[in-house]
Design a binder for this molecule. Structure first.
Ligand SMILES: [Fe+2]
Length: 445
């Protein structure tokens, strides 16, 4: 009996994935323009998530569990799209078959946990360590290695700071070079200059390596970012002249932010790969030198937050940098942009009842472990298909009497996706106050 139920349920899951007409996922670089014109048309307000550096610890190891959590949360938040800023796999010194298997492990996770969110990519050094593996990357993620698209009122420019060294000149490594990927009339530097001439309310630029390296800000022997200051300055000049809104990078497995004028520079390398450096700058925590709680070190140019002893680099770690797993939610609202750094486990959904495609009633507790109120647009339930529709309600528990009270903001049904004659996926929007949970109840009408 149990076995037959398992098979029935497994069959339904397969049906969900096969019949789902809204099936989203990886947007090939070559398709990005078309995708953006269809999905972003006339949008003045929208949101996207930036995450990356989710490679495993070492060759042949599984992808980090943190990646699964981040993907689940992307699904729950349900932004308009997500951008991964590179280093999906280990890649280095692997065979083409091994690289393909590693990419496959990544895309499996995406389709398992984030099947309904469109995702765009920029290449990291681990994704394209050789021309051979770069060819596989291009086959899977698109031939164009630098590309742009306009989504609503914003222009997105994606560059490749990690061409394999065999394609670069002597002495060049990570950086902004005038390489042509064979898909453009202009090589990348000339192309970037040209496309940055395009007008938009906001311009966002993405590349794998940070413009402002937290760990090696003074370049030197083994910089963790751009190989030379001069090359970095070439890109920086373009970005500042254009007054872009933000440049997003990863590569350094930390969070770091810096601004020049109105332009923000974010390092968001906390997608699950091993973290670099002590947990936080300032205070000398985890450095073997402190902690020193009396001295708040705030100027990374003047004060070191400490050095990560024992790490294979003698890393500078400025105050303000955070060696934590994280991702960023960016919200564009007409002429305004807000940037929210999120940590995994910000939201947790526990299904208490139903969600099996069979029960006429389902319920779930949705916890918000952040101090802020958030609206999640991707809380989904598997329900029997109902011509008459569904009814949704929400409640929270009183702190004093432990009794259920109506949710301050009632949940709403956003979408009913008919999977088959007997099965539907119902998507609910739920607003959860900071440091609190709400119950969502869904039933067939
Ligand atoms: Fe990297």
């Amino acid at each position: 009996m149990k076995r037959s139920f398992t098979w029935v349920f497994a069959g339904m899951l397969v049906a969900v994935f096969l019949v789902d007409s809204a099936f989203a996922g990886i947007i090939q670089t070559d398709e990005a323009k078309k995708w953006a014109s269809e999905n972003g048309k006339a949008r003045q307000s929208f949101s996207f998530i930036v995450f990356g550096d989710n490679r495993p610890t070492s060759p042949t190891r599984p992808l980090p569990e943190v990646l699964d959590i981040i993907l689940k949360e992307i699904s729950l938040i349900r932004p308009d799209f997500a951008v991964n800023i590179g280093d999906l796999i280990w890649g280095y010194f692997g065979t083409p078959k091994q690289a393909r298997d590693e990419f496959s492990a990544f895309t499996k996770r995406v389709y398992k946990y984030t099947p309904d969110v469109d995702m765009l990519f920029v290449a990291g050094n681990h994704d394209t360590p050789s021309e051979e593996i770069q060819r596989i990357y291009r086959e899977l993620f698109g031939q164009k290695l630098y590309y742009n698209f306009t989504f609503g009122n914003s222009h997105f420019v994606m560059i490749d700071t990690n061409f394999p060294r065999s394609l670069l000149e002597k002495g060049q490594k990570y950086g902004f070079y005038n390489v042509n990927d064979g898909e453009h009339e202009l090589a990348m530097v000339d192309w970037t200059k040209k496309v940055l001439g395009q007008n938009a309310e906001h311009t966002f630029v993405f590349g794998h390596v940070p413009v402002f390296s937290a760990l090696t800000p003074h370049f030197g022997e083994h910089p963790k970012s751009f190989t030379t200051r001069g090359n970095r300055d070439d890109l920086l000049k373009f970005l500042l002249e254009k007054k872009i809104s933000a440049y997003f990078a990863g590569h350094e497995h930390i969070f770091y932010a810096q601004s020049v004028g109105e332009t923000k520079f974010f390092t968001l390398g906390g997608g699950g790969a091993p973290l670099y450096g002590p947990t936080t700058g300032g205070y000398s925590i985890n450095t073997g030198e402190g902690p020193d709680y009396k001295t708040l070190k705030s100027d990374p140019e003047v004060e070191h937050g400490g050095h990560a002893k024992g790490h294979h680099y003698d890393l500078h770690f400025p105050a303000g940098a955070l060696s934590i797993f994280s991702y960023m939610l960016v919200t564009v609202d007409r002429d305004k942009v807000s940037y929210n750094l999120m940590v995994p486990h910000s939201f947790e959904v526990t299904y208490l009842k139903g969600n099996d495609g069979l029960s006429v009633e389902s319920s779930a507790v949705i916890a918000n472990t952040t101090p802020y109120e958030w609206t999640l647009r991707g809380v989904t339930f598997l329900m029997p298909y109902s011509e008459g529709g569904y009814e949704v309600s929400g409640s929270h528990v009183g702190f004093r009497d432990w009794k259920a009270k109506p949710a301050k903001v009632a949940p709403e049904i956003l979408e009913v996706e008919k999977v088959s004659d007997s099965l539907a996926k119902v998507r609910v929007m739920a607003t959860i106050p900071g440091s609190n949970s709400i119950d969502v109840f869904l039933k067939v009408k």
